[in-house]
Design a protein around this ligand. Structure first.
Ligand SMILES: *Cc1c(COP(=O)(O)O)cnc(C)c1O
Length: 388
């Protein structure tokens, strides 16, 4: 999924994404190794506090991925067999899979054509008396209208979980995504902005949920290994419920702390490159680039363009043309309901989902991308638009 780093990338080929990692991260990881404490410990605790503060949440619970973060968030809400959870089909498949882990059924709702995110209207269209939660994705780092969805969910009496896997550094209404969220789940996979190799986090303002998620990520233990170590005398732990091993390591958290310090710079650079793409692509007919909604500012974790009916080349052909020109692009956001894992799964009409997943592609955008590289991408798109 992730192109090789700048050092190993084949010269001249433009990758779709490269994590922005340097000596500082390498040093932090080495320090964690040398400290002898490599599993979940003090660095994880520090990363949780710093990350939660950055996204405006009271508590952070670090875990192994956003997928496991989503599973824990749904678990503390009590979602289980016999329940339905409304999710977008237009998302990475982990969003829907996390619902299935609990025994509940993901119910797919369509998305808004401009933001590619759920809206109160699309959720209302598939909501039933069995709906136990709504899972709102901030897709590709484009902020969903969380205020609108929170208000709708409050009216319906249904809790809202936010899948903010892609959205670290994204803001809406002048506040970071995550601020005011009941439960938000984050990813630190290298395809996102801030990376720890693998990793995730749940943020919430609810101290009791945070405490339960801390337990659940560590086998259901009532006292963590780090706390037992710090106690300096024998502490007998108890296993209060069936938990999981969803822990993050201190090596990962050490890297995450350095990455967090670079986040504002990462977002600023991506926004700068996105604005430049928008300007350069403006005179190519039939290409509609992703944009900020009126109420917020995205981090452009994925920079996608939608191909209009009048674009002379189909999406898959365009991906091949770009690949021949040494440019790694990707198909746009997937639609889970079209994958074999969800064959036969009940789904209503999802016309916008199918339009976006079928006719969009993700262009290269990474921190160290040069203007010359960006120009090459735009030139290849322009050639495809006029010469076919
Ligand atoms: C990447 C992604 C996930 C999964 O994140 P992991 O950390 O790889 O588990 C979940 N939801 C969305 C919307 C994503 O983009």
């Amino acid at each position: 999924m992730v192109a090789g780093g700048a050092v190993t990338a084949d010269v001249g080929r433009i990758p779709v994404m490269v994590p922005w990692l340097g000596e500082e991260e390498a040093q932090a990881a080495a320090d964690a190794v040398r400290s002898g404490w490599v599993a979940q410990g003090p660095r994880v605790a520090e990363f949780e506090r710093a990350f939660a503060a950055r996204v405006g949440a009271g508590h952070g619970v670090a875990v192994s991925s956003c997928t496991t973060a989503l599973h824990l968030a749904l678990t503390v809400l009590g979602v289980g067999a016999g329940d339905e959870v409304v999710v977008p089909s237009l998302s990475f498949v982990a969003t829907a899979n996390a619902v299935r882990y609990t025994g509940a059924v993901p119910v797919f709702a369509d998305v808004d054509p401009r933001t590619a995110n759920l809206t109160p209207q699309t959720v209302d269209a598939v909501r039933t008396p069995r709906t136990r939660a709504v899972l709102l994705v901030h897709q590709g780092g484009v902020p969903a209208d969380a205020d609108g969805m929170r208000a709708a969910c409050a009216r319906w009496g249904v809790p809202l979980v936010e899948d903010a896997a892609c959205a670290v550094g994204t803001s809406a209404g002048g506040r970071p995504v995550g601020s005011g969220a009941l439960l938000a789940a984050w990813s630190f996979h290298p395809r996102k902005l801030l990376t720890t190799g693998e990793g995730g986090m749940v943020t919430t303002d609810d101290a009791q949920w945070a405490a339960r998620m801390r337990r659940l990520r560590e086998h259901g233990m009532n006292v963590s290994a780090a706390e037992r170590h710090a106690a300096g005398k024998p502490v007998l732990e108890a296993y209060l419920e069936t938990g999981f091993n969803y822990r993050m390591t201190d090596i990962q958290a050490a890297v995450g702390l350095v990455q967090l310090g670079k986040l504002s710079e990462m977002v600023a650079r991506r926004r700068e490159l996105a604005a430049r793409y928008e300007k350069l692509l403006a005179d190519i007919p039939g290409l509609e680039p992703v944009r900020d909604p009126a109420y917020g500012e995205g981090n452009f974790q994925s920079y996608w363009v939608l191909l209009g009916e009048d674009f002379p080349v189909g999406r898959d052909e365009l991906l091949a043309v770009l690949s021949d020109a040494g440019i790694s692009a990707r198909r746009g956001i997937m639609a889970a309901h079209l994958e074999p894992a969800y064959a036969g799964h009940p789904a209503g009409p999802l016309p916008v989902t199918e339009l976006i997943s079928g006719r969009s592609l993700i262009l290269p955008l990474f921190h160290t991308m040069t203007e010359a590289q960006q120009d090459r991408v735009v030139d290849a798109l322009r050639d495809a638009a006029v010469t076919r």
